[in-house]
Unconditional design. Structure first.
Length: 235
């Protein structure tokens, strides 16, 4: 069987021959974007062909203009969303895996210490050590041990432990805060892109429905004219 070869179409923007599957007819573009393109290209033919590369550029500029009108100056995150829309890229990613992949030994160790220091196992173990220390020096050694009452050595150890443990926990909290910030930025980019895509789909569906209604109305008018013509012939 011979395969049907479709002739290439010339893009109205770049003037290059393109495959029909690598673009679309201008009248099928959603109205708001089509109006924006007409501002850039006043001589645009709605029956003409526009390739996806040029359409992506127009879409990027249009979304940039819309966002600037709505939220003012664009941030780096907004520009990243616009670029992803043009390139049809996926923004969602596993932030935790990416963040943990860059861990240094010190950061890993601080997380482990902070996790252990904030557990019931540490509280139970440390409580047992404290009671054992007190019982050993005050009762078993009759307050003549290596650290008699009021346990000055024990107080020194506890102070040193608190002085070391506090910055380690703060290091772990700073990392958790940085990870949450990256996750929040990623969620913002995904939500913004989803909102823009949903808006695009709504406009596209409304545009297709209007075209369908117009065609149905034209068909209805043709049918009415045919019926009138048949009735005239019968008379």
């Amino acid at each position: 069987m011979s395969k049907t070869v479709t002739a290439p179409l010339v893009c109205q923007v770049c003037k290059k021959p393109k495959s029909p599957n690598s673009g679309m007819i201008a009248e099928l573009i959603r109205p708001s974007l089509l109006e924006f393109i007409k501002k850039k290209l006043p001589d645009l033919d709605e029956k003409g062909f526009i390739c996806l590369d040029d359409l992506g550029e127009f879409r990027k500029d249009y979304i940039k203009e819309v966002l600037e009108d709505e939220i003012g100056e664009l941030s780096a995150l907004d520009k990243e969303v616009i670029e992803s829309l043009e390139q049809h890229e996926i923004l969602s990613s596993d932030i935790s895996k990416q963040f943990d992949a860059k861990l240094t030994f010190g950061e890993w160790l601080s997380d482990r210490i902070a996790s252990f220091g904030g557990s019931w196992r540490f509280i139970s173990l440390f409580g047992a050590v404290l009671f054992g220390w007190i019982i050993l020096n005050a009762i078993l050694l009759l307050n003549h041990g290596f650290d008699p009452y009021p346990f000055i050595l024990l107080n020194l150890i506890l102070s040193c432990l608190a002085a070391i443990q506090a910055p380690i926990i703060m290091m772990s909290q700073n990392r958790a805060e940085a990870r949450d910030r990256l996750r929040a930025e990623n969620d913002y980019k995904i939500n913004l892109k989803a909102e823009l895509e949903i808006r695009h789909l709504h406009e596209k569906i409304d545009h297709l429905l209007r075209r369908q209604y117009n065609r149905l109305f034209e068909l209805q008018q043709i049918q009415i004219e045919l019926l009138e013509e048949i009735s005239r012939h019968k008379k």
